[in-house]
Design a protein around this ligand. Structure first.
Ligand code: NAG
Ligand code: NAG
Ligand code: NAG
Length: 855
């Protein structure tokens, strides 16, 4: 018997997994991951199946990895099928304790996000407006700060992202944080990447060996081995380059940095699951500057084992406070890619970070999406991030893409954890959301959220301001545990009309539903959906909350020719943070490209995630199951079984749904975050769920419909609206059935824009963004920028040009930077020259734009 099996038998499996990990050989061996009933000894399963038990799978309880000689057949699948056939015979078999089995295969390679698709061709070159004259006062301040902190690093003055004396204010605003002695002491960031040069003079003193591992070459040292293995070291330098006489400093230059090497060879889901939990009591933050290809046609999410590992990390990592995952949003914006097509960046467990350049502009590569929380500095406007490189004393001045933004954010979070190691993974997300500073407000896609924050799909809640984040962290009060509400599957099965109208489907969330779910206020919203379509890239999806804040869950993608549609795909939004969630949620699926490809909206499923009402009733989320979203008819039963909903006690009946709004006079008042929108109470309460419910189910509906639905830019009289109001009805025992109220067709009048409920943002408002600003919904039905935002995306041909202008707004000077390293030809070079461009130029350019191979 192997040592690991013995330890496993003795319940000491953690010792086995803490030891040097078993070497994997995908050429000669097959590997299987089995989830076993805890009562079943893995050794017996191994004997029964003729496999070798390799030990527990990382930190995943009851998950074990087994190996055998390579063969075509999935021997475990065959054995389990055989066993299932005989199960009716009655006798017990060890295989009955196998809950899940998966043969491992090497997964599609994740791409580093320092590799940026070329700047779109055909862009006219704007005259480079070089503003390289430093502000003398800023230079003086920079010199003074360096002196006071004893920074003598030779390229510190080039590290504009830390202190920018040219575009003053366009940096992470960290120096006053350092001067308070907050430099990352006692905080640890793991760089999950292609290695980390632990022998670099700029990194070795901060290198954290205990948290490091090489999953590609099975070694304790994640040393860069391929000529291409430079990305991780550069990211590590941004976080934790030592304050010494080599290159520059990291933003958290006294933090520890670990390397977890996974990108240099193909690995399996099992390996990645182990990597994502590696040393998760000691590594606090996992910085991930990679993901599925940013080619604008990929739609890829982490496999079930990796998703389990990420949930395990937020539940059990860092002593239960949760690992902090930071992901780069992706570099595919010029390919129309969107970070909601990437299951890592749209995970609720990751903080998704996009890029902004040294002028505060949106770089053409940085992807937008409703799951992006924040942005920070990276390449663009003729410069990039200056950091450490592979070698004992090597620097690099061309680090860029969203790859360079994520570690910078991770380093700032390390500063936070120095003073507040007690913050949970959700506390960190609140802190980041609350303290982000909106920028580039004239870009036209900002909307005010119902808690008075501003959100842009391009910039998230804004850029990170280290000083503001640290100040808020000092007094941050923990949020209560997580709770969630899952709607039933809402069946639609309607063709999606082509053109700008789309198909809108509503679902009513009542106060009772959320009370039963113990859910007080929202953080993340996810929508899992199925759409069949001949050309996926033609589709776009918007979600409109009861507060009429809009998430663009999906946007059209010109290169996405797949006919696979959306297949149980989950989109995520952070746009509704702080809302109550009570009221009508409307999803609008559009097929704006009029062509021979059409499609059908099959069904969808809304999940609201947020802070619990009563922490004592909060329970940890159950581990995801591979097919948990598959059974679209018995969803309630499924969620009950997996314990993933707290909303299983008294189900609202249809009569509850129609009861009087005055039955709920004491709707919980949100007390956090600080921007408590007492004003919104007045606004949301009257639009009570039951009133709308009644309206929807009777012919009086016209009294409320026109005021709301014209915001979709309805222009066709043939448009179909479906009102799906689904409620839960009590079945027997714990069984719950789905009550679906559905399918209503309605014709709407063409409503002129001046009847919209949405006000356009005026200049005063724009200038007031940072303060408490203006009362939300100060006048009845008065609505902020949402209309404008929606308009920008929705309007027919304007849509095209505005969208393009957005992506191309930097123009294309194309001036290349000079690099210290002559050999560095491989990444980021063609992307660094740019300048703000005129919209017309961008449009013009867009016409001549070709598809670019990314790699
Ligand atoms: C930057 O930090 C300073 C303190 O050093 C603070 O006063 C300021 O508000 C912060 N933010 C900005 C955007 O300047
Ligand atoms: C370092 O972190 C540990 C764990 O969070 C904490 O117990 C300890 O007090 C910290 N030490 C310092 C010097 O802050
Ligand atoms: C979609 O296209 C197919 C083939 O062109 C056609 O038969 C079908 O009627 C179309 N459906 C809708 C809803 O337009």
């Amino acid at each position: 018997m192997r040592l690991s099996s013995l330890l496993g038998l003795l319940g000491l499996g953690f010792l086995a997994s803490a030891a040097h990990l078993p070497r994997r050989d995908y050429e000669k061996q097959d590997y299987y991951v089995l989830h076993l009933d805890p009562a079943i000894p893995p050794s017996e399963v191994a004997i029964k199946l003729g496999l070798t038990h390799e030990g527990q799978l990382g930190e995943l309880a009851d998950h074990h990895i087994f190996s055998t000689e390579k063969q075509e057949e999935d021997v475990v699948h065959t054995a389990l099928k055989e066993r299932r056939r005989k199960r009716s015979l009655g006798d017990w078999d060890v295989l009955d304790g196998v809950k899940f089995a998966q043969k491992q295969k090497v997964k599609a390679r994740m791409e580093k996000r320092g590799v940026i698709p070329p700047r779109p061709e055909g862009l006219p070159s704007p005259v480079a407006e070089r503003e390289d004259t430093a502000d003398p006062a800023a230079v003086e301040r920079q010199t003074l700060v360096a002196k006071r902190l004893g920074i003598e690093d030779p390229i510190f003055n080039e590290q504009w992202h830390l202190f920018n004396p040219i575009q003053v204010g366009h940096d992470v605003n960290v120096t006053d944080v350092w001067l308070q002695g907050i430099t990352g002491f006692n905080a640890t960031v793991a760089i999950v990447d292609d290695g980390l040069d632990m022998y670099s003079d700029d990194l070795k003193d901060n290198y954290f060996a205990e948290g490091s591992y090489d999953f590609n070459d099975n070694s304790l040292e994640p040393k860069p081995r391929l000529t291409d293995d430079r990305h991780g070291t550069r990211c590590a330098g941004e976080v934790s380059a030592v304050k010494n006489n080599v290159c520059g400093v990291g933003v958290a230059y006294d933090s520890k940095v670990a390397g977890i090497r996974i990108l240099s060879k193909l690995i399996s889901d099992a390996d990645e699951a182990v990597a994502m939990n590696y040393a998760y009591q000691r590594n606090q933050i996992y910085s991930c500057s990679w993901g599925p290809p940013d080619d604008g046609r990929t739609m890829d999410a982490p496999g079930i084992l990796i998703r389990k590992a990420m949930l395990n990390a937020v539940q059990n990592g860092r002593d239960g406070k949760g690992s902090i995952y930071v992901f780069a949003s992706g570099n595919g914006a010029s390919n129309d890619d969107n970070c909601n097509f990437d299951g890592y960046t749209n995970s609720i467990y990751s903080i998704t970070v996009g890029a902004v350049d040294r002028k505060g502009l949106h770089p053409y590569y940085s992807e937008k999406c409703s799951a992006q929380l924040v942005v920070t500095y990276s390449s663009g406007s003729n410069d990039a991030i200056h950091t450490t490189d592979v070698g004992t004393n090597a620097c690099y001045n061309g680090h860029g893409g969203t790859s360079a933004a994520a570690p910078l954010a991770a380093g700032i979070f390390a500063l936070v954890l120095q003073i507040r190691p007690d913050l949970t993974w959700r506390d960190m997300q609140y802190l980041v959301m609350q303290t982000a500073v909106p920028i580039n407000l004239d870009s036209g896609d900002w909307q005010q959220t119902s808690i008075g924050k501003h959100f842009s799909h391009t910039f998230g809640y804004g850029k990170i301001d280290s000083w503001a984040t640290i100040e808020a962290a000092k007094t941050f009060e923990h949020v209560k545990p997580q709770a969630w509400y899952y709607s039933p599957w809402i069946h639609v099965n309607q063709d999606i009309p082509q053109g700008n109208d789309g198909l809108a489907v509503s679902f009513e969330v009542t106060e009772d539903m959320l009370k039963e779910a113990n859910l007080e206020r929202l953080e993340h919203v996810t929508v899992t959906m199925n759409v069949e379509h001949g050309r996926r890239g033609d589709l776009s999806v918007d979600l409109v909350s009861p507060d009429r804040v809009i998430s663009h869950l999906s946007a059209t993608r010109k290169f996405d020719t797949s006919n696979a549609g959306y297949n149980d795909w989950t989109f995520m939004s952070v746009v509704h943070w702080g809302e109550s969630g009570i009221g009508t949620w409307t999803i609008v699926v559009k097929d704006t490209i009029v062509n021979e490809f059409n499609g059908t909206f099959i069904d969808w499923h809304l999940k609201l995630w947020g802070e619990s009402i009563d922490p004592a009733k909060a329970v940890p989320l159950a581990m995801p199951e591979e097919h948990e979203d598959d059974n679209h008819d018995e969803v309630i039963a499924t969620t009950t079984i997996t314990g993933t909903t707290q909303a299983v006690t008294p189900a609202p009946t249809s009569s509850d749904l129609a009861s009087n709004p005055s039955d709920y006079p004491d709707r919980p008042v949100k007390t956090k975050p600080t921007e408590t929108p007492t004003e919104t109470e007045a606004e949301t309460t009257p639009s009570s769920t039951s009133t709308e419910e009644e309206a929807a189910s009777t012919s009086t509906s016209s009294s409320w419909l026109p005021s709301f639905f014209p915001t979709f830019g309805v222009s066709s009289k043939t448009q179909i609206w479906i009102y799906g109001a689904a409620g839960l009805i009590l079945a027997f025992c714990i069984g719950l059935g789905v009550y679906l109220y559905l399918a209503r067709r309605k014709r709407l009048r063409n409503n002129p824009r001046d009847e919209w409920e949405f006000d356009l943002l005026d200049e005063d408002e724009a200038e007031n963004l940072n303060g408490q600003g203006r009362a939300v919904g100060a006048k009845q039905g008065g609505r902020r920028r949402a209309g404008e935002l929606y308009d920008a995306f929705a309007a027919g041909s304007e849509d095209e040009s505005e969208g393009e202008a957005e992506y191309l707004d930097e123009g294309g000077e194309g001036e290349k930077m000079l690099y210290d390293d002559d050999e560095e030809e491989e990444e980021g070079h063609h992307v660094i020259g740019e300048d703000e461009d005129e919209e017309e130029e961008a449009e013009e350019a867009a016409e001549g734009r070709n598809e670019k191979g990314q790699k």
